[in-house]
Design a protein around this ligand. Structure first.
Ligand SMILES: Nc1ncnc2c1ncn2[C@@H]1O[C@H](COP(=O)(O)OP(=O)(O)O)[C@@H](O)[C@H]1O
Ligand SMILES: [Mg+2]
Length: 316
């Protein structure tokens, strides 16, 4: 793929859920499958927006690995550096979108091919060949190998001047009783653009308050902190603080909202859009993610690249 813009690396997951939204797995007869994993979701949304994006990761030599590679390739994501491990499985999670709102996830990812991969398994030059390397804290939490991998890549991105995008994405289930601050410090300290939910900001930076986060920029490598929750998002740079409200939508499945937000924001960044415009794309993609089934923003299309400031699509 010529002039790749973004490369992302992480764990691809098979996802299985009841076909009838709102029914419980133990009573469901018909199930549907698709793929997920935060970096996969980011890659898919960026590709749908028309960007040149590569995803790398280790999958098993099994149906979910093959489904993942085929899906990503079919959506235009470069999968030329995916590693297939013949002796460990692709991680899977079973998902229940609850009838009264919320989710119940049942992961089977311990010992997965992805959790065993170190940076030695990947082509580092390829991973650092884009304008942006996007990593998530999930990889740092899944295993010692994952932690080593993203720590090494974050360091290499800084050394080589590749823009490092980090979504900290703390998952309590993966964190267990370990110290999030210590485990994620190599990513938080190295990121150029840092994405956190408000609760993650409190956990890792001791505040979610935009002006206090703005003051922290002096002690971080980051030029931008993007802090978000269900109600909206806020982009913080040394010069300014921009906010956007989430729109009122009928939520179908909130999975992947943050991933879509990241992809939309990076899409704007890649095109030198203003921070306000980046935020608008971010919110638009996130709205698509929560209003569609599956873990990523299925309805996002390239036309969103021409969204104008008042939220109207400019189809010229
Ligand atoms: N219930 C919702 N209604 C409308 N937009 C939402 C909703 N939940 C999330 N979003 C959109 O997705 C963005 C990210 O959501 P958030 O819940 O913070 O992400 P995460 O997936 O990381 O938990 C929000 O800022 C908003 O734009
Ligand atoms: Mg998130």
């Amino acid at each position: 793929m010529p002039d790749i813009e973004v490369v992302t690396v992480g764990e691809l997951l098979g996802v299985v859920e009841p076909l009838d939204l709102g029914s419980r797995l133990e009573s469901a007869v018909l199930l549907q499958q698709f793929i997920g994993g935060t970096e996969v979701n980011v890659a898919l949304t960026l590709a749908r927006l028309g960007h040149r994006v590569g995803w790398a990761g280790a999958v098993g030599d099994d149906p979910f690995g093959r489904l993942g590679i085929r899906t990503l390739r079919g959506e235009g994501v470069d999968v030329s550096r995916v590693v297939v491990n013949g002796s460990a499985p692709t991680g899977v999670y079973f998902k229940e979108v609850l009838a009264l709102g919320g989710l119940d996830n049942h992961p089977y990812r311990a010992g997965s091919a992805a959790s065993l991969a170190t940076h030695h398994d990947f082509d580092t030059d390829y991973l650092l060949s884009g304008r942006v390397l996007h990593l998530s804290g999930i990889t740092a939490l899944i295993s010692t190998a994952g932690h080593e991998c993203v720590t090494y890549l974050a360091d290499q991105a800084r050394r080589r001047g590749v823009h490092l995008s980090v979504d900290v994405n703390v998952r309590r289930r993966l964190l267990r009783d370990r110290d999030a601050g210590e485990l994620l410090a190599p990513l938080v300290r190295a990121a150029d653009t840092l994405f956190l939910s408000r609760s993650e900001a409190v956990l890792l930076l001791s505040t979610e308050e935009p002006t206090r986060l703005q003051a922290l920029l002096r002690s971080l490598a980051a030029t931008t902190i993007l802090v978000h929750d269900q109600r909206g998002a806020c982009a913080i740079t040394e010069q300014r603080i921009d906010r956007i409200d989430a729109r009122a939508v009928d939520v179908v499945d909130p999975t992947g909202a943050g991933d879509a937000l990241v992809a939309g924001y990076l899409s704007g960044w890649l095109e030198d859009a203003s921070v306000a415009d980046c935020l608008q794309r971010a919110e638009h993609c996130a709205a698509h993610a929560v209003t569609s089934r599956g873990d990523n923003a299925v309805g996002v299309t390239r036309i969103l690249r021409h969204i104008s400031c008042d939220g109207e699509v400019d189809a010229r």
